[in-house]
Design a binder for this molecule. Structure first.
Ligand code: SF4
Length: 193
């Protein structure tokens, strides 16, 4: 759908330069989705894996974040192995609703209430990022977090439009449960993609 070199704005690697590859296609249907134009694969051009890799190498980036849409609707083996062969770290942001493919240095699992994740993603995730749109999302995230590995980082991130309402409840949870941390969409504060 699009690709561009910017900063990772949210999650554990917030502030790190990263080349984003946004793949088209999503069947999750989040009501608050801010990239609904990604949902229909056929609305976007097909680009070869080799062209994607060449563009990343030319950019000078040392980290790629593959996102969507739901990127695991595509098989990502060839793309991620090709990037890693060139010394580029591979990250994914996924709802975990499709079987995993690809070779990953970092997996951010951001489950959504609108479609159940697979069982395999829980133990593979390095980061569990819960978007908080409603106060009940915090408890929902806590229940899901019982299935991730001990090393997995756990983050609560207020949905952008509801940030002011959700932050007090998130703060209360974090101070009572210090193994969790806050994620903010910093790229939106500083006005970059
Ligand atoms: S999983 Fe992501 S791209 Fe798909 S509907 Fe939800 S927020 Fe949008």
């Amino acid at each position: 759908m699009e690709r561009f070199y910017t900063l990772q704005g949210e999650g554990v690697h917030s502030g790190c330069p990263a080349y984003f590859i946004r793949l088209a296609g999503c069947d999750v249907g989040c009501v608050w989705c801010d990239v609904k134009e990604s949902w229909n694969i056929d609305d976007h051009p097909r680009i070869s894996v080799q062209e994607l890799i060449s563009d990343v190498v030319e950019s000078g980036a040392n980290r790629v974040i593959i996102t969507g849409g739901e990127p695991l609707m595509h098989n990502l083996d060839e793309l991620t192995l090709g990037l890693q062969e060139r010394g580029i770290r591979t990250h994914i942001e996924t709802s975990g609703t499709h079987p995993i493919s690809g070779s990953w240095d970092w997996i951010t699992f951001s489950p959504k209430k609108f479609k159940k994740p697979t069982e395999e993603i829980f133990q593979l995730a390095h980061e569990l990022k819960i978007v908080v749109f409603h106060p009940s999302d915090i408890q929902w995230g806590v229940e899901l977090s019982e299935k991730v590995s001990l090393e997995c980082q756990k983050l609560l991130q207020p949905e952008w439009e509801r940030q002011d309402d959700m932050l007090p409840m998130i703060m209360a949870h974090l101070t009572q449960n210090p193994t969790w941390r806050l994620s903010l969409q910093t790229h939106k504060f500083i006005g970059v993609r």
